[in-house]
Write a protein that binds this ligand. Structure first.
Ligand code: HEC
Ligand code: HEC
Length: 160
């Protein structure tokens, strides 16, 4: 069994390895986290389990520990690199009616990062989501309305 990184381990790692804090990952090769994910996290379930999550570092840490209990094999350093990767690429998004739609329907062809980087007025989001429907995304009319409201509220021009 591999040693676990607890929350104190997390704080230590943040100081020693990631001066910008876990989540900043200044010196990490982003591909390394993805490699670990592909190698260690897809033998029991597919990637959808992970792609449809948006969680903070504590919850990702708890999930990694839960997966180690399930039988996942990760060295301590791999746990740290993976944690950093997950927090950066699958970090939290605001609660709201559109959250599940965003996580389930909008992560099929690309990850949430594509959406997180985007800010828009309701009109721009309508255009963007319409373009995604043309690409093959699936939303019913009521779901479309819910998602546009969610995106406009949380990913509007005035949100950080
Ligand atoms: C040895 C098998 C196994 C491996 C390897 C594994 N998982 Fe899992 N995973 C499971 C099982 C079983 C469940 C569903 C039951 C549970 O939640 O423990 C699950 C569920 C999940 C969930 C959904 C949890 C929820 O509450 O809905 C996430 C997220 C997840 N795994 C992430 C990962 C990540 C990240 C890795 C790589 C570190 C990983 N898994 C590797 C067995 C595994
Ligand atoms: C069927 C595949 C697919 C699905 C599902 C999908 N997208 Fe996309 N998305 C794409 C493709 C392909 C691109 C790249 C298009 C381009 O660069 O012109 C993209 C790019 C984007 C971009 C960046 C656009 C830009 O100008 O940079 C945003 C924002 C986006 N998608 C949002 C969403 C949202 C919101 C959803 C859920 C409704 C979604 N996507 C679902 C295929 C998809």
């Amino acid at each position: 069994m591999h040693p676990r990184i607890g929350l104190s381990g997390l704080a230590l790692a943040a100081l020693l390895m990631f001066p910008g804090g876990v989540g900043a990952g200044a010196q990490l090769d982003p591909d390394q986290g993805r490699d670990i994910l592909n190698r260690s996290c897809t033998m029991c379930h597919d990637m959808r389990r992970i792609e449809t999550q948006a969680m903070d570092s504590e919850t990702w840490l708890a999930t990694i520990n839960q997966m180690l209990d399930n039988g996942a094999e990760l060295s301590t350093i791999e746990q740290l690199i993976l944690l950093d990767y997950l927090v950066r690429n699958h970090g939290p998004i605001p609660d709201g009616d559109g959250r599940d739609l965003l996580l389930n329907r909008c992560t099929v062809c690309h990850d949430l990062e594509r959406i997180r980087e985007h800010r828009g007025t309701p009109e721009l989001w309508q255009d963007a989501v319409q373009a995604m429907l043309n690409e093959g995304a699936y939303l019913t009319d009521p779901e479309y309305a819910i998602l546009i409201e969610y995106l406009s509220e949380h990913f509007g021009p005035d949100n950080d």
